[in-house]
Write a protein that binds this ligand. Structure first.
Ligand code: COA
Length: 322
């Protein structure tokens, strides 16, 4: 059985945080942040708003925007997040409960910024296996709750948001072959220290904050992503010309520009959510898709290559037809 994404929806919290906000507690300025990252603004969840709340709002938006869609028959919920409300119970179960969806598998997955694409790959496989028929795949984060606001190299990057896709069976394949992988040797270059533990042979002390070796991740991202785009095209017997859009994880506009340069692809065809959402990890790809969709850019029948990369250091890419 083939599959397709039949609808997407998003939610971003009300609270807008501009670059000047950070000048209250670190030495920085709007010019540095815009030129080094492409970020002008990001959204922060309120103190009482958690990742499952953002997902639930995204579902309300899905239903409001698509009168023909209901949650009847939803048989699996996958939530990609590194910032779950709690490790247990999982975020997917909170969504299940909010909408009283019965007989529905509930799973959170952790693959950081690659997680939304990982979720699509899982959903495609479950539909292909014939075991499930109506799957909600979320990418959602409240990174602001885990941001170290004393670290000026990382705190200016992160934002909160949620995006989701409804994945259903299709007569014609519309979610094509994927690439998935990880460079676990780089685990220590980007991590969220939840527990005292050892990663890559080094001790990690729990402080509940995100730590990143920005320069290493930056270089790794440009090299890895460029290579994986070519691998993904080859796996689908496609050329760059067959694509209408590329959506990379919105980590930094300079990474997106760097990859566009490496693969020689027009930057106008690289969609992102970086400018007004910042780096929202798992949520960044569906947010970018939604922004472009609402701007009237994405049309039925078009092909989009999506590729996420991040903590792990994980990566996952897939080509879909809208
Ligand atoms: N405001 C002003 N100056 C800052 C600053 C800030 N917020 N953060 C760092 N700087 C300073 C540095 O201290 C450094 O000063 P120095 O030259 O006097 O030492 C200078 O700016 C350059 O710092 P550098 O770390 O070289 O900046 P950069 O161009 O590499 O940008 C990141 C930093 C984090 C934006 C960039 O490395 C990055 O985006 N990395 C990848 C992040 C990523 O992809 N993460 C997630 C993957 S999912």
């Amino acid at each position: 059985m083939e599959s397709k994404i039949t609808a997407i929806a998003v939610y971003t919290p009300e609270k807008r945080i501009n670059n000047a906000y950070f000048q209250q507690f670190i030495e920085t300025n709007d010019e540095w942040i815009v030129s080094r990252t492409g970020i002008r603004e990001r959204r922060f969840a309120s103190e009482t708003q958690f990742t499952s709340d953002l997902c639930i709002q995204a579902v309300h938006n899905l239903l409001a925007e698509n009168k023909n869609i209901s949650l009847e028959g939803v048989d699996f919920i996958i939530v990609s997040t590194t910032t779950a409300d709690q490790v247990m119970p999982n975020t997917a179960s909170q969504i299940q409960n909010a909408f009283n969806i019965q007989n529905c598998g509930c799973l959170d997955i952790m693959a950081a910024c690659a997680g939304f694409v990982y979720g699509l790959v899982l959903a495609k496989g479950m539909i292909a296996a014939g075991t499930h028929k109506k799957i909600l795949v979320f990418g959602a984060e409240t990174l602001s709750k885990f941001t170290d606001f004393k670290d000026r190299t990382s705190c200016i990057l992160f934002g909160d948001g949620a995006g989701m896709a409804l994945v259903e069976p299709s007569d014609k394949a519309k979610i094509f072959n994927a690439v998935t992988g990880s460079d676990g040797g780089h685990g220590k270059d980007l991590y969220l220290s939840q527990n005292n533990s050892i990663v890559n042979g080094e001790h990690i002390e729990a402080n509940g904050k995100i730590h990143q070796n920005g320069k290493v991740v930056f270089k790794w991202a440009i090299q890895t992503v460029s290579g994986k785009i070519n691998e993904l095209l080859a796996k689908n017997a496609m050329q760059l010309e067959d694509l209408d859009w590329i959506i990379l994880h919105s980590a930094n506009m300079r990474i997106i520009e760097g990859v566009a340069g490496e693969i020689n692809y027009p930057i106008e065809k690289m969609l992102s959510s970086i400018e007004y959402c910042g780096n929202t990890s798992s949520a960044s790809i569906p947010l970018a898709w939604d922004i472009a969709r609402k701007a009237g850019k994405i049309k039925p029948g078009q092909k989009i290559l999506m590729l996420g990369f991040g903590g792990g250091l994980t990566f996952a890419g897939v080509i879909i037809e809208v």
